[in-house]
Design a protein around this ligand. Structure first.
Ligand code: HDD
Length: 728
């Protein structure tokens, strides 16, 4: 049966189908007159109406009343988790049709660009909290497909803290600021979080990720994303395959140092938000490949872990990730509230060709997302908010409710009906009607955890073993920091006990930092998380012997390291800077897509050695080394003289060194480096070679730029940390 055409549903594709669908809902006051919400032109928006110029304000002032009332109601509840976030529009393009795997239209047509809206977030902090908290990052993608919205609501870590949605409120209560004094903001380093974690061995694998540098990304654009759960792909023959979703950033996966993260939180708490915004504004569009791991139904029980357990990943060595398409974020929202704040993701938004599994965490989420939008967005019509509308037509017999926008014509809002020819019609499966996968179920109704969910440590160990030495050191430091902020010694000790089940040396190092010993035998912590009449031995964690000892994909060491696109480079300069020493390096960095800021003791302009004005982007007061990926000091005697005696410039370099960044200097600028702690205390420096490949001092500027660009692409020289500590 042909569906009824409606004129309003056909939209001209301009930027992309979703963006142009948003256009009728956008407004621009440029060149317009001011009116009330009722459209009455306003003559005076400066003064309220009052009885005499010193008299009381009159209740009849409808302009004042309207303005204040609207203001009083401007806020909506923030998301109960993932409150802090940033969004962007973009498109997804498929590489090749996946008809053997899924009948989803957008995964079968390489001609179309599916519009997407993405929101990245932290989890624990409130709306105004810092971007650089040690935290999981949300990675939620709404695909506006021609068959309806598909939401992939994932994180930048492939596993989760808990196995069953039943424990989600407990987890969130534990990690949020403590309820008596609301301390600390956006941080897991406090008693209630670690108390809970130390009693929930199932969280051990996720905790390894959280204590790794993945929890302090350099940029949203440099994070992986994961669907976490196992989903199903369903093809046109009705066959199902299990699928795990992965987002792989084209810029690689990179993080900052913890000391740096804490500094950025003060210098620029909007660091990630600004980075995403500026990258898109400048045309450096962030890109990810979407990858899938496919597991045939027949292999459901082939692995040492259960595919339904969200605390487990499927190692890429066992099932490779197949790249299926690319997502490009190419447009910033017009209005933060209307789009980023009001976008409502739901893991239950799927399209034909994709289906759920029985993962108990996934199943619980299916309830939570609509429920939370009802309170957050104020009623059942949140799907009508422009950012949430599908680009495909939507018709049904749902009606009314707060803030209904659509005017449904006709007498019938029920089915079956004869008065309206039984419209809207149900759709046959072949014509795109959604039919759930007919999984066979024959079971007792029980509150229980499968035995296949009882191995909590082998993948935690796999993760730890897969890290490079600097990454492992960072994890030891992270555990020592977080547990060091815990006041309860019993909680600290219990956590060290859990770590000893993962890796003895990790536990030993953390225990040493906390001034504790490692117990030989763990006093079983889990009896508190048992059902009331359970037999404890039924819940004892089990040790599974796993063949795979390391997985390269789990270490950021093995990521993309050959691009400096959109990396930020600070050039420290003052009056008298050598013009060619400045220009050659800046031009080369820009040619590779890097962003250069000239930083000087003062804002405005400086004068180069050839008496030309050079625009300064930041001063030492407004900038900080933690906001940059690399530092260059050009030559020019007068500039070098000023910088070597400028404490801020020297601190800038010391701190960049401490955070293992690439630093380059024209040989003429060597006195500035001589003034630094790391360089003046570097006996092995032989006058021409380097401390490590990340420190480049040369007078051959061509050779210098080549090496510098390579070094920035490498991101960090972590090996430096062990050799030399810098008081910056
Ligand atoms: Fe969730 C938001 C990701 C488990 C309940 N979740 C939310 C967001 C992301 C995730 C990215 C923010 C979406 C946005 O930007 O608006 N959540 C996950 C992942 C999970 C997970 C990857 C585990 C694999 N979540 C989870 C469970 C529950 C929830 C088990 C409840 C049973 N999540 C919510 C929520 C939120 C939410 C309360 C808060 C705001 C919202 O939904 O829209 O419903």
């Amino acid at each position: 049966m042909k569906k009824k055409e409606s004129k309003t549903e056909k939209v001209e594709a301009v930027d992309n189908q979703k963006v142009s669908a948003l256009r009728p809902h956008t407004a621009d006051a440029t060149g317009q007159e001011m009116t009330t919400d009722q459209g009455v032109k306003i003559n005076d928006d400066q003064n309220s109406l009052r009885a005499g110029d010193r008299g009381a304000t009159l209740l009849e002032d409808f302009i004042l009343r309207e303005k204040i009332t609207h203001f009083d109601h401007e806020r909506i509840p923030e998301r109960v988790v993932h409150a802090r976030g940033s969004g962007a529009h973009g498109v997804f393009k498929l590489y090749k049709p996946l008809s053997e795997l899924t009948k989803a239209g957008f995964l079968n047509n390489t001609e179309i660009e599916t519009p997407v809206f993405v929101r990245f977030s932290t989890v624990a902090g409130s709306r105004g909290s810092t971007d650089l908290a040690r935290d999981v990052r949300g990675f939620a993608v709404k695909f506006y497909t021609e068959e309806g919205n598909f939401d992939l609501v994932g994180n930048n870590m492939p596993v989760f803290f808990i196995q069953d949605a039943m424990k989600f409120p407990d987890l969130v209560h534990a990690v949020k600021p403590e309820p008596d004094n609301e301390i600390p903001q956006a941080a897991s380093a406090h008693d209630t979080f670690w108390d809970f974690i130390s009693l929930m061995p199932e969280s051990t694998h996720m905790i390894m990720w959280l204590m790794s540098d993945r929890a302090i990304p350099r940029s949203y654009r440099m994070m992986e994303g994961f669907g976490v759960h196992t989903f199903r792909f369903i093809n046109a023959r009705g066959e199902s395959n299990f699928v795990k979703f992965h987002w792989k950033p084209m810029l690689g996966v990179h993080s900052v140092a913890w000391d740096e993260a804490q500094n950025i939180s003060g210098k620029d708490p909007d660091f990630h938000r600004r980075d995403l915004w500026e990258a898109i504004e400048s045309g450096a569009f962030p890109e990810w490949e979407l990858g899938v791991q496919i597991i045939p139904e027949a292999d459901e029980f082939k692995y040492e872990f259960d595919l339904l357990d969200s605390t487990k990943l499927v190692p890429e060595e066992l099932v490779p990730v197949l790249p299926i398409g690319k997502m490009t974020l190419n447009r910033n929202p017009d209005n933060f509230f209307a789009e980023t704040e009001q976008v409502a993701f739901h893991i239950g938004n799927i399209v034909p060709g994709i289906d759920f599994t029985n993962d108990p965490l996934l199943q619980g989420r299916l309830f939570s997302y609509t429920d939370t939008q009802l309170i957050r967005l104020g009623g059942p019509n949140f799907h009508e908010i422009p950012i949430n509308r599908p680009i495909s037509p939507s018709h049904n017999n749902q009606r009314d409710g707060f803030m209904r926008q659509r005017i449904d014509r006709g007498k019938t809002s029920y089915g079956p009906n004869s008065l309206g020819d039984n419209y809207p019609l149900q759709v046959k499966e072949e014509a795109g009607g959604f039919k759930s996968y007919q999984e066979r179920i024959d079971a007792r109704k029980v509150r229980a955890r499968s035995d296949s969910f009882r191995d909590h440590f082998s993948q935690a160990r796999l993760f730890y073993n897969s890290q490079s030495e600097p990454e492992r050191n960072h994890m030891v430091d992270a555990f020592s920091f977080e547990l060091g902020k815990v006041k309860s010694v019993a909680v600290r000790q219990r956590m060290v006990g859990i770590l000893s089940l993962v890796d003895k040396s990790l536990a030993g190092e953390v225990a040493a930092a906390l001034g504790l010993g490692v117990q030989e035998k763990l006093e079983t912590p889990i009896n508190r998380s048992l059902p009331a009449d359970a037999n404890p031995s039924d819940y004892e964690p089990i040790e599974v012997k796993v063949k795979l000892k390391k997985s390269a994909a789990l270490s950021m060491e093995n990521t993309v390291k050959d691009t400096i696109t959109s990396r930020k480079i600070a050039v420290l300069a003052a009056d008298g800077v050598d013009a060619s020493s400045l220009k050659i390096v800046i031009d080369a960095i820009r040619a590779e897509g890097g962003i250069v800021h000239v930083i000087s003791p003062k804002l405005g302009q400086i004068t180069s050695s050839d008496h030309k004005p050079i625009q300064v982007e930041e001063s030492f007061l407004t900038a900080a080394s933690v906001l940059y990926d690399g530092i260059y000091v050009p030559g020019g005697k007068a500039s070098v003289n000023k910088l070597q005696s400028n404490a801020d410039a020297v601190h800038f370099l010391n701190e960049a060194f401490k955070h293992c960044k690439a630093i380059a200097a024209d040989s003429e600028a060597r006195p500035v480096l001589d003034a630094t702690y790391f360089f003046s205390n570097a006996p092995e420096f032989d006058g021409g070679s380097t401390l490590d490949e990340g420190i480049i001092i040369e007078n051959d500027l061509k050779s210098l730029t080549d090496k510098f660009i390579k070094a920035i692409g490498r991101h960090r020289f972590w090996e430096r940390e062990k050799k030399r500590k810098v008081p910056a």
